[in-house]
Design a protein. Structure first.
Length: 132
C-alpha cells in the first residue's frame, strides 16, 4: 500500500508541506499521478522520516485542565515580552520621526542652482591669466 502526501504526513507526524518539499528536493522518491497526487512507498518514506508511534485510543473520561502556576520561567518570559513591546513602541516612534523628516525634506523648496557653471578640471588647470 502506497501513501499519498497527506497519509505520509500523518504516518510520520510532519506536515504535508514537509513531505512535498522532501519529494521535490529528491530527499525521498515518489511518483506523481495524472491528477497531481503523490504516491510514496512506505519503505522510502520511513527511510528518511521515522514512523509515529500510534497512541492508544483515548478514553472518554474528562480530563481536568491543570491550572498553570506562575513559575519563575513565566515571570522571566513576561518581563522579556514587556521589554520587547517597549522596544517595538520605541522603534515605531523613531520610524514616525524619520518619516516626518523625510516628508519635510520632500516638501522643501528646491535649492537654487548657481547660474554660473562651475569650471571643469582642464579649464582650471590651463586657465589663461593675464594673457599667458
Amino acid at each position: 500500500m502506497k501513501y499519498t502526501a497527506g497519509q505520509a504526513a500523518k504516518a510520520t507526524g510532519v506536515s504535508k508541506a514537509t513531505i512535498t518539499r522532501a519529494l521535490k528536493s529528491g530527499k525521498i522518491s515518489g511518483v506523481k499521478d495524472e491528477n497531481g497526487a503523490w504516491s510514496i512507498d512506505p519503505s522510502e518514506l520511513h527511510r528518511v522520516f521515522p514512523p509515529v508511534a500510534h497512541e492508544p485510543p483515548e478514553t472518554h473520561t474528562l480530563k481536568q485542565p491543570a491550572t498553570p502556576e506562575k513559575t519563575n520561567e513565566t515571570g522571566v518570559l513576561e518581563r522579556e515580552n514587556q521589554m520587547l513591546l517597549e522596544a517595538l513602541i520605541e522603534a515605531r516612534q523613531e520610524r514616525d520621526r524619520w518619516h516626518q523628516i523625510a516628508e519635510r525634506l520632500s516638501i522643501a523648496p528646491p535649492v537654487p542652482i548657481s547660474q554660473k557653471r562651475p569650471r571643469g578640471f582642464w579649464s582650471r588647470l590651463f586657465r589663461k591669466e593675464g594673457g599667458t
